[in-house]
Design a protein around this ligand. Sequence first.
Ligand code: OSB
Ligand code: MG
Length: 370
Amino acid sequence: MIDRVELRTIHMKLVHPFETSFGRQYTRDVLLVAVHEDGVQGWGESVAGDDPFYSSETTETAWYVLKEFLIPALLEGRISGEAGSFYSESAFVRGHNMARAGLEAALWDLKGRKEGVPLYKLFGGERTHLPTGISLGIEPRVEDLLALIGKYKQEGYQRIKIKIKHGWDVDVVARIREELPDVPLMVDANCAYSIEDADHLARFDEHKLMMIEQPFSYEDITDHAKLQRRISTPVCLDESIKSVGILRAAIELGSCRIVNIKQGRVGGPTAAIRVHDLCRDHGIPVWCGGMLESGIGRLLNIHLASLENFTIPGDISASDRYWEEDIIDPPVVLEPGGRISVPQGPGIGHELKPRLIEKLTEAHEIFDRK
Ligand code: OSB
Ligand code: MG
């Protein structure tokens, strides 16, 4: 029985500002969830953003939903505490996927630690080394972006993703292609465009992009299908895919050829595996997205990305691409050949840095079983 749950917000500074079509970010408030059972702790991260700009959730809304609804249900025994049942048992909360996912993640880590098994084995993953890519933000000048691409290509990242918005799109890609005609390249619009831009976006077709990620608003499943019929570059959905139900609609309509899986966005690891399986069954390759996670969320992503249908290098980059010092020990590192290895230790598989976590903490609350 889970006898204690802790919520904690830590404040972390990015090594380099990260700009998307919805804004520029210098720091990250990370919501951590810890569960305690028989003296063992499990840790999870809720990937909600500081602001409701990527999705409607924020660290504050996730904290509220956890504190008022999910944690009481767990501590009063209305939710069993079994990681594999949490997604269905917590479905009485509608939406708030990232809040639910943070607690489910902590339950999985606890289960892995108690059973002495790394999470990827509990998830049914088999691969132990994952090819990986990097997501680069919008920069003040194209030259700055080119320099960053050069640096990270040199380090070994196998795929470059750049963020785009109106005024920073086809011309930037054309410049990159002049310098690097063959680098595996893709773009992510984070919802910045609409169907009126279809002709403009079709200009990407001549640049051999791996895909264009989430060009239109998250609810525009139909317009994404129209765009996919109009352009040859594969459309990938990120923000839109919040559940298996929406994924089924997207598949039937032909809204995408590739799916970005973020476990937090879909409601946790169990939901992520269902999305993965449905995509596999329809011949849709997936890759693992990122939300500028701390090491705790990053390790969970690595375990999930070991599943067979994660065939495209994802946004799981090394700790030092985000943070001066990560809260896990050891940090996630990029290995020769641009690969990340799947941890073999129990649960998420690395130790934590409790003193650093304490130092970065801005809010902390403990909930005990009565
Ligand atoms: O759209 O994939 C996205 C970061 C924050 C919010 C949304 C996105 C991203 C990234 C960075 O692209 C992924 C990462 O390196 O964690
Ligand atoms: Mg994205």
